[in-house]
Design a protein around this ligand. Structure first.
Ligand SMILES: CC(C)(COP(=O)(O)OP(=O)(O)OC[C@H]1O[C@@H](n2cnc3c(N)ncnc32)[C@H](O)[C@@H]1OP(=O)(O)O)[C@@H](O)C(=O)NCCC(=O)NCCS
Length: 159
């Protein structure tokens, strides 16, 4: 399946056109781990728009036959309070449940990290402490845990 997947950026017009589909992708992705996700449609929509505004160039979607099946939101300049410097941040990564485990998350991640590395050597992200699938995913990509705040783990990688 990965050879049929396209990873592409989104214009604001396309975001507005696709927002309901992206909300469904987000909901589907988090269906088994709702404690780490917004639940109300209004909140998800606001969150997606916030992600896009944070860095429109860092928002990528994965499509299969033009249907959006996953997305990633990356931000080129994010202040890391632990390191006291700006780095590249992955704010969100979600693959619709039926499409997980096929390599789509890895394709999105590769696209976002290549984008972020144009500006920074270090990339950070927060992940739910019990979100084993995502933690395993990030560890396989070379990320390590550097701290914890509430129920969130701070992970980073310096390339
Ligand atoms: C985390 C997530 C984005 C991974 O996307 P994906 O498309 O399933 O990932 P890939 O198919 O590229 O898999 C890469 C690795 O992820 C892990 N993984 C994927 N599916 C898995 C599954 N069903 N069970 C356990 N680990 C799994 C494995 O470590 C896998 O490595 P492998 O290919 O060597 O086995 C996806 O599971 C998801 O959307 N989860 C819900 C939302 C979420 O937790 N986002 C992270 C926010 S910080």
């Amino acid at each position: 399946m990965p050879d049929k997947i396209r990873i592409e950026g989104l214009s604001i017009e396309d975001l507005n056109k696709e927002i309901n589909n992206i909300i469904e992708v987000y909901r589907g992705a988090y269906i088994e781990i709702p404690i780490y996700a917004y639940q109300k449609r209004h909140d998800i929509k606001g969150y997606l728009k916030w992600l896009y505004r944070a860095d429109p160039d860092g928002f990528f979607v994965a499509t299969l036959d033009r249907k959006i099946v996953g997305f990633i939101a990356a931000c080129q300049d994010w202040w890391d309070y632990g390191l006291n410097k700006y780095l590249g941040e992955i704010h969100e990564l979600a693959v619709e449940r039926d499409y997980q485990g096929c390599g789509i998350g890895s394709l999105l991640f590769e696209k976002a990290t290549t984008f972020l590395r144009k500006k920074h050597d270090t990339i950070g992200l927060w992940v739910g402490e019990k979100n084993e699938r995502a933690i395993t995913f990030y560890k396989k990509k070379g990320f390590k845990v550097f701290g914890k705040m509430g129920r969130w783990l701070r992970m980073r990688k310096t390339f």
